[in-house]
Design a protein around this ligand. Structure first.
Ligand SMILES: [Zn+2]
Length: 188
C-alpha cells in the first residue's frame, strides 16, 4: 500500500548498528514508488515540496503511533491531514464494462500538492475501509517498519518473521545466556 511504503521511506537497518537512510532524500526513489501506484510526477519535488512531504510523513507517523497504542488521533492531527487532502481534487468517471459498473477517480491536477493529497488519501482510505487497530510498528527497535497486520489472529509482531522475528529471537537467547552466565553459582 502506498501509505505504508511512503512511511517506510525513513529506513532503519533492522539488523542493528543504527544505520538509517531517509529515502525521500534519494533522487528518484519517490518517483519510482509513485509510478508503482500509477501516480506520475513530471519532476522531482523541489526543496519546499520535499519539506512538505516530510511533514506529511511525520504527521502520518504520529497518527500511526496513536493507533498502535489503541488511541484515536488528535483532532489537530486529523485537521492537518484534512488540510493536505484538500489540496487535491478528483474527477469521478462512471464506466460500464462487462456487465458491471465501476466508478473511477482520477486526480484533477498534477503536481506535488495533488500527489501529497493522493498519498494522504490512501492513508485516510485505510482508516475508513480497513481496521486501524491492525496497523503495527515492528517490535524490533532497530527496525520500526510500519505495516498492516493481516493475520487472522492479529498476532504479527514483526514486519518479517524470518528477518526481524529471527533477529529478536537470537537477541533474547543471547540475553538469557548472558544473564545465566552472570548469575551466582547455585542459581543456575
Ligand atoms: Zn522489522
Amino acid at each position: 500500500m502506498l501509505w505504508d511504503d511512503f512511511l517506510n521511506s525513513d529506513y532503519h537497518d533492522w539488523r542493528g548498528g543504527g544505520r538509517s537512510e531517509d529515502r525521500l532524500d534519494r533522487p528518484g526513489w519517490l518517483l519510482k514508488l509513485l509510478s508503482q501506484y500509477q501516480i506520475a510526477a513530471d519532476r522531482p519535488p523541489n526543496l519546499d515540496e520535499l519539506a512538505e512531504l516530510k511533514r506529511l510523513r511525520s504527521l502520518m507517523l504520529a497518527i500511526v503511533h496513536e493507533l498502535v497504542q489503541g488511541r484515536e488521533p488528535s483532532s489537530d492531527a486529523v485537521a492537518s491531514l484534512n488540510a493536505t487532502l484538500s489540496q487535491g481534487a478528483v474527477i469521478r468517471k462512471l464506466a460500464a464494462e462487462d456487465g458491471r459498473f465501476t466508478l473511477r477517480q482520477t486526480p484533477a491536477a498534477s503536481g506535488w500538492q495533488q500527489i501529497m493529497a493522493e498519498i494522504a488519501a490512501t492513508f485516510a482510505e485505510m482508516l475508513v475501509h480497513n481496521e486501524p487497530s491492525r496497523v503495527r510498528i515492528c517490535d524490533n527497535p532497530d527496525c520500526l517498519w510500519v505495516y498492516y497486520d493481516e493475520t487472522r489472529n492479529r498476532s504479527k509482531r514483526y514486519c518479517d518473521d524470518k528477518m526481524c522475528g529471527n533477529v529478536m529471537k537470537v537477541r533474547r537467547f543471547r540475553a538469557r545466556r548472558k544473564a545465566e552466565a552472570s548469575a551466582p553459582p547455585g542459581e543456575k
